[in-house]
Write a new protein. Sequence first.
Length: 209
Amino acid sequence: MKRLQLGVLASGRGSNFEAILKHIDAGRLLADVRALASNRTSAGALKIAERRNIPALVLSRKDFSSDEMFDQEILDFFRKNEVDFVVLAGYLRLLTAVLIQPYKNRILNIHPALLPSFGGKGMFGHHVHEAVLDYGCKVSGVTVHLVDETYDSGPIILQRCVPVQNGDTPDTLAARVLKQEHQIFSEALQLFAEERILIKGRRVYVQSS
C-alpha cells in the first residue's frame, strides 16, 4: 500500500478534482493532493485549490517558446511539491515527453466515452456526447487510461458503461456520465495506491487484493 502524492492538471471547473478530494476525505482514496496546475486563469479548479490551501500554478502557453518549456515549468512545480503521480482532471492540453517520461505509467486521464471510440483531438466535453448521440449509440461510458503523447491512446485502466436513454441531449447524457466519472477516477487511483496494477505493454492487469 502506498499513499499517492498527487499533482492535478485542470483547465475547467474542477468537478473531478473536487470529487477526488471528497474521496480522500471519506477515506476511500489513499492519497494527498500536493499541487494543482492550470493553463486557464478562469478555471474553477483554482478556487477549489485555494479553499483547500493546495499550492497552485497558473501559466499561459503564450508565455513560453515551446510546449516542452511549458511542460518543464509544470514538472519543476510538481517536483518542488513532491508529486509522484499526476492526474488530468479536465485538462485540455496534450502533454509532451518532458512531463510524461518522468511520470511514465503514473499519469491518468479520464475520458467521457468508451475508448477507443469517440476519442482523439477535439473530442472533449459536449463534443463527445454530441458525437455519441449523432452516431445513435445505445451505450456510452467512462474510460480511465494512462497518458502518452497521443490524445486518448494510452492503455486503459478502467471503464464503466452508461446507458443512452431515449430523448437524451448532450446535457442529460453528460450529467449521467459525470456521476460515473466522479466514482471511477478515484477507484482507478486507489488501485494504484494498493499496488494492484500490472502493466505489460498496452495490457493492464488488475491483481486481486
